[in-house]
Design a protein around this ligand. Sequence first.
Ligand code: ADP
Length: 303
Amino acid sequence: MKENDSNTCDPADCSSCNVASCPSATRSTQENQTDEDTGSKLEKRLSHIKNKIIVMSGKGGVGKSTVAANIAMAAMLKGQSVGLLDVDLHGPSIPTMLGLEGRRMVGDEDGMEPVEIGGLKVMSVGFLLESADSPVVWRGPLKMSVIRQFMEDVKWGELDLLVVDVPPGTGDEPLSVCQLITDLAGAVIVTTPQKVAAVDVRKSISFCNELDIPVLGVIENMSGFACPKCNEVTPIFGAEGGQKMADEMAVSFLGSIPIDPMVVRSGDEGRSFVELAELSPAAQSFRDIIDKIIYKLSDRRGG
Ligand code: ADP
């Protein structure tokens, strides 16, 4: 067979041509090798993390990032080694919420060091941006490769739990996370008490079902009002709504978190709410919720 015989070479089928130097054959071998290398690198890095969970919501503004940051903190305060990965590529709020604005990544040939706050290991696209105002203009495939890098190039070390905060909805970022983390322990879905929110929760649950991701449960945020003076919680949107909704959708209810002005203040000041307002009902809710999540995760792993 002649080299470069365009009549017999089918770039999609290397068996159609026996020319060893054929660029199609060389390219596909290299590509396969690269995929294998990065695949095993990712698996290796993630194999040191016992449980990985994703925090989702149907729409923005329901307090998903607040919940992700506080359950990560609450787990750490219970003695777990925890990582928090913010893949909200277009609106990373975790750095601001934890007072880590302006922090930058450092790394070597082994990978990037996560930013640490009191033992919690944090990684966010916010640490790569010039300033908080810099827009991120990335499309689907690039987003996937950035998320992959966050997982395989970050030196997470040995962790009990990795909490992944994704943007609202069921777009590129949650899909990439679910595809890249093949042993995802489950999803936590954050919602608010309004009836319209139920539609969004249903979408998130369907998304998880389609991808075979276990739903660990639903959290109802901003479910009542916690008085900052006396700590009494008034169920301004009615009681038990979250539980009823979870029952109807046949998923677990992990708990409700009341509206607490201190949540906003701590987020704006970049301080951990569960530590700052330790005695508040909302902080107690975060602790109860993480207890349930840890229990579910240990149950899943057989103790
Ligand atoms: P999302 O990630 O869903 O877009 P955020 O976590 O950024 O939402 O929260 C949106 C705003 O709501 C923030 O200002 C946050 O401080 C506030 N917030 C979230 N949960 C509560 C709560 N339980 N009580 C009071 N404010 C809250």
